[in-house]
Design a protein around this ligand. Structure first.
Ligand SMILES: *Cc1c(COP(=O)(O)O)cnc(C)c1O
Length: 344
């Protein structure tokens, strides 16, 4: 399968004549969820499962473009701050391109599988005694002083790549859906989706979706209209107190006649469990979109009857297995013991 640059080259604003650095990202499944749809009163609900990208999150869509552009500019090193998935993705694509990769992580705040991925791909991993926002400030300042390329979503090539998920959704459904719900961290992804849907509407006509961006209550800077100095949430990928693309995201939500809301951690974990019970294991942040839809419907603020809804599940659960494995039972290798245990 070709990667997103090859598939969508003419829609992407990239330097001319670049040779894609790709791991065949994109082309992720759009999975129908009839049981969860009926709970929401929606006519259709689909999950865009971004966990099936090569490093397990949507970050790969933006990293193929950002690293490709870095190579075309002659960069020899890249840097990012990360809550985890950006680090894993940058490390993999930099390795693919033969670039040096430095990742700055908020100390003790990154899921174990993401940290392991960054190390395994050969990145130089630096933990910062501080928040993600402080780590991003450092990465930004270093990139301004040196020739090291910043590959966070402040880098416009990241959004160029990430907008391709909107193309894939419209292609699969034959049109844009009525609503798209997704988690909001640094707010690059919601901005990218809006770019993608608008570009398609400009080129081909057709309707635009409404966007529901979802923050965690303990990190709800855009909802509360202030910087959160000590953001807290179980959803580490969106534990961000000062989203770099916050204003763009607020504008996107407003232009789409949608909104950005916040949901508590218990609602995120409920949605994560319910997705898992439908066969999809996503990380906590990735369940925020579904949690947000539910909370709006339950509160009577959103009527989804007759609506086609897509929830973006941004990353796989495998890299963030902090949810304790449930109780197991140890038995002797005897059939009778097993039958008794299972009440057979
Ligand atoms: C990065 C990330 C987000 C947040 O995306 P932003 O572009 O920062 O808003 C959400 N979920 C997962 C799994 C992520 O890795």
């Amino acid at each position: 399968m070709p990667g997103i640059i090859e598939r969508f080259r003419s829609y992407l604003d990239l330097p001319d004549g670049v040779d894609p650095v790709t791991l065949s990202e994109g082309s992720t499944p759009l999975i129908s969820m009839p049981r969860l749809a009926s709970d929401l009163g929606a006519v259709e609900l689909h999950i865009k499962f971004e966990g099936s990208n090569p490093t397990g999150s949507f970050k790969d869509r933006g990293m193929t473009t950002a690293i490709t552009a870095a190579v075309s500019r002659g960069a020899s090193a890249v840097i990012c701050a990360s809550t985890g998935n950006t680090a894993a993705s940058a490390a993999a694509y930099a390795a693919r391109a033969g670039l040096r990769c430095v990742v700055l992580l908020p100390h003790g705040k990154v899921a174990s599988g993401k940290l392991a991925a960054a190390y395994t791909h050969g990145a130089e991993v630096v933990e910062v005694e501080g928040s993600y926002d402080e780590a991003l400030g450092l990465a930004r300042r270093l990139s301004e002083r040196t020739s090291i390329n910043l590959v966070n979503s402040l880098n416009p090539y990241r959004l160029e790549g990430q907008k391709t998920a909107a193309f894939e959704i419209s292609e699969s459904l034959g049109a844009a859906p009525d609503w798209v719900a997704l988690p909001v961290g640094n707010a690059g992804n919601i901005s990218a989706y809006w770019m993608g849907f608008r570009q398609l509407a400009d080129l081909q006509g057709g309707d635009l979706p409404r966007l529901l961006g979802v923050q965690a209550s303990g990190s709800a800077s855009l909802v509360e209209g202030r910087v959160i100095d000590h953001p807290e949430t179980v959803a580490s990928a969106i534990r961000i107190g000062n989203p770099a693309r916050g204003e763009q995201a607020l504008r996107a939500a407003e232009e789409s006649s949608g909104r950005i809301i916040a949901v508590p951690d218990h609602a995120i974990l409920d949605a994560q469990r319910d997705l898992a019970h439908q066969g999809l294991w996503v990380e906590p942040a990735s369940a925020a979109g579904l949690a947000g839809l539910r909370s709006e419907v339950e509160a009577g603020r959103l009527d989804l009857s007759g609506q086609r809804v897509v929830c973006i599940c941004t990353g796989h659960g495998l890299k963030d297995p902090h949810v304790p494995a449930g109780p197991t039972t140890l038995i002797q290798p005897r059939l009778q013991d097993l039958e008794e245990l299972l009440n057979l």
